[in-house]
Design a binder for this molecule. Structure first.
Ligand code: TYD
Length: 327
């Protein structure tokens, strides 16, 4: 197949591109190269590349020409950034998804929307199932829910061959150092503070990026039209994750700082993945193996993350954390 992968220079997207190329597919990457997109993530990987915005129909038409399917990874994805300003989230996650849907509808090709467990909002106990109501808490998760609902409407109204995957918190190599794991690992390696929001007892499911990509690939190849597929991980609270990072980096435990909580912070996510498991999906990496490997990768690849931390992310970091860490 010839597959359009939007956001293919980002964290999960770039792993997915490598996976498809390894499987013998032809890949066209469309990526706007915002702060978190990095062409180096695809170094040595055979693909066609178009730089541009999924919210621009002309760009999408050029990139998608001749493709048999589109997998949409392109998104603004960081909750804390969405709290500072949601405009770009609406443009990319809502309007961009609409533009891709319009293209897929007229070209009559499959569209896989890569979504998130965050659209369900927090769940006190039990696990979210695909038909549960959407109760997004942050501007980010509301923008992703907007994308999901459009996909379902296009399936129902136009008979589009669309489907959705909803993955848990993903981690692994090449993740931009703003999300919990890469931020704390790189801060620990640099002897900088680890800013834990509130009591740190919020719970997330952690999913290795390769297992997440396997889930999306399975949905692409074998999922049913209109299907929604949860892909969960291993549940930990943030302090447990932080503790393991301290142990693996050998950093001083006094680097941990409890800081002002995130507004609207979801306490817990948990997914029921039985629908995807019925298609044959199984996680292959335990959290323990995955975190050991990931910490080792960041230790070895300072060449990858140091330029990021001294550039764009430094400004963001100050805006997000300076007052919290001073308080
Ligand atoms: P994050 O990686 O931003 O993912 P999400 O908000 O999409 O789940 O955050 C994971 C958890 O870690 C979440 O409960 C917020 C918490 N967190 C901190 O305590 N401190 C931080 O600096 C960050 C980035 C996250």
């Amino acid at each position: 197949m010839r597959i359009l992968v939007t956001g293919g220079c980002g964290f999960i997207g770039s792993h997915f591109v490598k996976r498809l190329v390894g499987a013998g597919d032809k890949v066209v990457v469309l990526d706007k190269l915002t702060y978190s997109g990095n062409v180096d993530n695809l170094e040595g990987v055979e693909h066609a590349f178009v730089q541009g915005d999924i919210a621009d129909p002309g760009v999408v038409a050029v990139a998608a020409e001749g493709c048999d399917a589109v997998v949409n990874f392109a998104a603004e994805s960081h909750v804390d950034r969405s709290i500072l300003g949601a405009g770009e989230f609406i443009r990319t996650d809502v309007l961009g998804t609409h533009v891709l849907l319009e293209w897929a509808r007229q070209a009559e090709v499959r569209l896989v929307q890569v979504s998130t467990d965050e659209v369900y909002g927090d769940v006190a106990d039990g696990a979210s199932r695909e038909e549960d109501p959407l109760r997004p808490s942050s501007p980010y998760s509301a923008s992703k829910a907007g994308g999901d609902l459009q996909v379902l409407a296009y399936v129902r109204t136009y008979g589009l061959d669309g489907l959705i995957t909803r993955g848990a918190n993903t981690y692994g190599p090449f993740q931009y150092p703003e999300k919990l794991i890469p931020l704390f690992v790189t801060n620990a390696l640099d002897g900088e503070a680890l800013p834990v929001y509130g009591d740190g007892r919020q719970r997330r499911e952690w999913l290795h990026v390769e297992d997440h990509c396997a889930a999306i690939e399975l949905a692409l190849r074998e999922g049913e039209t209109g299907g929604i597929y949860n892909a969960g991980g291993e549940e930990r609270d943030n302090l447990e994750v932080t503790q393991r990072i301290l142990e693996l980096t050998g950093a001083d435990p006094n680097l941990v700082r409890h800081v002002e909580d995130r507004p609207g912070h979801d306490r817990r996510y948990c997914l029921d993945s039985s629908r995807l498991e019925a298609l044959g999906w199984r996680r292959t990496r335990s959290f323990e193996d995955g975190i050991v490997e990931t910490v080792a990768w960041y230790r070895d690849r300072r060449d990858w993350w140091e330029p990021i931390k001294s550039g764009e992310s430094r400004r963001y970091y100050e805006q997000q954390y300076a007052a919290r860490l001073a308080g």
